[in-house]
Design a protein around this ligand. Structure first.
Ligand SMILES: [Zn+2]
Ligand SMILES: [Zn+2]
Length: 336
């Protein structure tokens, strides 16, 4: 099969600018890399934080996108894990050093010298991309390209947040019912947990969406839940939700901050943290998180709700995400 010499890509040239459609030469795979024909790439809130300049260290000009579903079309000289024709997923964690003290103690998500897909490494808002074979996953057959894409970040970061929760947790609150929540809620329900979904006040569409996915209660984020929670995960990038979540959890309860960026947290009285309530943030992912999430998604029969946009409509997808107009997950498609 012959490959074209150039590809279409959506490129960020400076923070707080729209992406522009460009024709670029095809990347060449280094020894450990796969050349992928991108079939679909999810659009995540992190992409929005990069484009808007909330995350300060993108390598510009940048092709964003870190929920890549691609077909291997060429392999680097040292590639042994994959062969041409296979379908792989490429997540946010694109490289780790393997030797810093975090990597050595099994916390590669905190690596001192990481590479992040679509941020410090080229991403998937393009017809082709390269990815390191060691950080790529074989995707389960049960998911088509569009449906698989949201698992690769929304699913993964959601799963890492969910995995912080104590096994005895029965009543689980989720603040911000978007792409991550819609995947994790299905796994949590499958594992016997009761979900309480909190959305922007008045967002009845998202509340209905949450109930449809099995939430026992859905309401406004400024309301208390009908009963104290054992844990809460905050996916919305809104700092004022942290005190709200602390008020909603019971003694010993845990609040997990699942986002990469959050607005400032207002001060709050100590008594809402007292009684061994805990707060933890979640950063990035490990490869083990990826393997566990894909296994659990298949076991729970997780269905994602992708909303397709053609590649050149990436700015529109980002705007819809910014405006809270997406129930499910926006995914770019490369055909057409
Ligand atoms: Zn490291
Ligand atoms: Zn993401």
């Amino acid at each position: 099969m012959s490959l074209p010499s150039s590809m279409r890509a959506m490129v960020l040239s400076a923070a707080a600018k729209s992406l522009s459609l460009e024709y670029l030469p095809l990347p060449r795979p280094a020894a450990q890399q796969l050349l992928l024909r991108v079939r679909a790439c999810g659009v995540c809130r992190t992409d929005l934080h990069i484009v808007d300049g909330d995350l300060k260290e993108p390598v510009l000009p940048l092709i964003p996108g870190h929920e890549i579903v691609g077909e291997v079309v060429q392999v680097g000289a040292a590639v042994q894990n994959f062969h041409i024709g296979q379908r792989v997923g490429v997540p946010w964690l694109g490289y780790t050093c393997g030797s810093c003290r975090f990597c050595r103690r099994g916390q590669e998500n905190l690596c001192d010298q990481p590479g992040f897909t679509g941020y410090t490494l080229p991403g998937g808002f393009a017809e082709f991309t390269v990815a390191d074979q060691r950080y790529s996953f074989l995707l389960p057959d049960g998911y088509d390209d569009l449906a698989a894409a949201p698992l690769l970040c929304a699913g993964l970061i959601g799963y890492r947040s969910y995995s912080k929760i104590d096994p005895y947790c029965e009543h689980l609150g989720i603040y911000g019912f978007g792409a991550a929540a819609h995947i994790i809620a299905q796994i949590a329900v499958h594992e016997g947990k009761k979900i309480y979904a909190f959305t922007r006040p008045g967002d009845t569409a998202s509340q209905q969406f949450a109930r449809r996915l099995g939430a026992v209660w859905a309401g406004d984020s400024d309301q208390p839940p009908p009963q104290p929670l054992d844990a809460a995960i905050i996916f919305a990038p809104v700092g004022s939700l942290l005190p709200a979540a602390l008020r909603a959890v019971d003694k010993g309860g845990l609040v997990v901050c699942g986002g990469i960026h959050m607005s400032d947290i207002p001060s709050f009285p100590y008594h809402i943290l007292w009684n061994e309530r805990r707060v933890v943030s979640v950063a990035n992912l490990t490869r083990q998180d990826g393997e566990e999430l894909l296994r659990k998604a298949v076991a729970a029969g997780v269905k994602t709700e992708p909303i397709p946009y053609p590649l050149e409509k990436a700015n529109e997808a980002l705007n819809d995400l910014r405006g809270g107009r997406i129930q499910g997950a926006a995914v770019l498609t490369m055909t057409g």
